[in-house]
Write a protein that binds this ligand. Structure first.
Ligand SMILES: [Zn+2]
Length: 337
């Protein structure tokens, strides 16, 4: 990789809106039957591991300076101990930030992110993937806000009390009445709402209810790869109309049915840029939550390969900076403050 590409990449905000790394540190997940999460509780986030995808050394190597860490319950119907599992992950997150305070710092506002960048640290943010974890209680949601949660995905593919997910398409269900209440509360608090894993009907219900820009923290284009987890062109236009951003997911089955590599990942970026412009697409790797990786994006350290491909395709430095992180930063500032 030449110096010009490295200069663009390592001077940019590189903001990844989704990883499942906390699951690799949580006994609730690593001990779960047929767990896909490698147990990395002994190395934590501070040590460089040769398994999985994200830790602080690899984030640094890849120039990733804003990373959202998702907390969630086990992905099954009626997950046991949903709230306890989630709270335990919040504890792991803050313990890891404390253990590695010289290189990573928790961020809950736009100002926190800028301060972390200024200090050369990775800004670490918390999201919820699947609001099963609030166990039907808006008070619990507000407590999660106080704990630093700044983005909430309503469902984790399976139907819950809020909405139907992408595995429940048969009935065409969208948001429940409680789901609408949660959306209104998230709007009021200033929390990003994430449509990744939400059913199509839920997506369109949300566009009618929410007053704020919408995020898709880790989803791609369905026109390029026909998977239910990806967004249709109409959805991408609706999201862009509202000032939201789509974080591109690196899961091979959302990229290309047979050939997933960096170029095919950037095909999704190209498509969104052609459709709505360069202001509505970013990165949402889904690292540590995906089975397999595209060639050239084997872990967080390989993130500069995205920049290399964007440079090859003739993107301007300004547009590359937007895609790498400034778009995510904009929507975070708009919604969270
Ligand atoms: Zn996910």
């Amino acid at each position: 990789m030449n110096d010009a590409v490295r200069r663009v990449h390592f001077n940019a905000v590189v903001f990844d809106t989704h990883c499942d790394t906390l699951k690799c540190l949580s006994p609730y997940f690593t001990s779960f039957r047929d767990s896909m999460w490698s147990d990395r509780s002994s190395t934590g986030l501070g040590g460089r591991s040769d398994v999985g995808h994200v830790d602080i050394p690899r984030l640094k190597e890849g120039g990733v300076n804003c990373q959202v860490f998702a907390i969630s319950s086990l992905r099954e119907r009626n997950p046991p101990y949903a709230l306890r599992t989630a709270l335990h992950m919040v504890d792991i997150f803050y313990s890891e930030c404390l253990k590695n305070e010289d290189s990573m710092t928790p961020a809950a506002t736009h100002q926190d992110i800028l301060k972390a960048l200024d200090q050369g640290k990775t800004a670490a943010l918390l999201s919820i993937e699947g609001a099963d974890v609030i166990e039907g209680d808006l008070g619990v949601l507000r407590v999660f806000y106080r704990l630093g949660i700044r983005m909430v995905g309503l469902v984790h593919s399976l139907r819950n009390q809020l909405a139907d997910g992408v595995t429940d398409l048969r009935t065409g269900g969208g948001l429940s009445e409680f789901g609408v209440e949660v959306v209104e509360e998230l709007n009021r608090l200033g929390v990003l709402i994430d449509v990744s894993h939400l059913s199509d009907a839920g997506f369109w219900d949300l566009t009618e209810v929410t007053t704020k820009p919408i995020m898709a923290s880790h989803s791609n284009s369905r026109a390029i790869c026909g998977h239910a987890r990806n967004l249709t062109d109409d959805q991408i236009r609706a999201l862009a109309d509202r000032g939201g951003v789509i974080g591109i997911n690196f899961s091979p089955n959302f990229i290309h049915p047979t050939k997933a590599d960096v170029a095919r990942v950037v095909d999704h970026i190209d498509h969104i840029v052609e459709l709505v412009g360069a202001d509505y697409v970013g990165l949402g790797s889904d690292f540590d939550g995906i089975r397999g990786t595209p060639i050239g994006l084997e872990d967080a350290s390989k993130m500069p390969n995205i920049t290399l491909e964007l440079v090859h395709r003739g993107y301007s430095e300004g547009d590359i900076r937007k895609i790498l992180g400034e778009n995510h930063l904009r929507v975070f500032k708009d919604v969270v403050g």
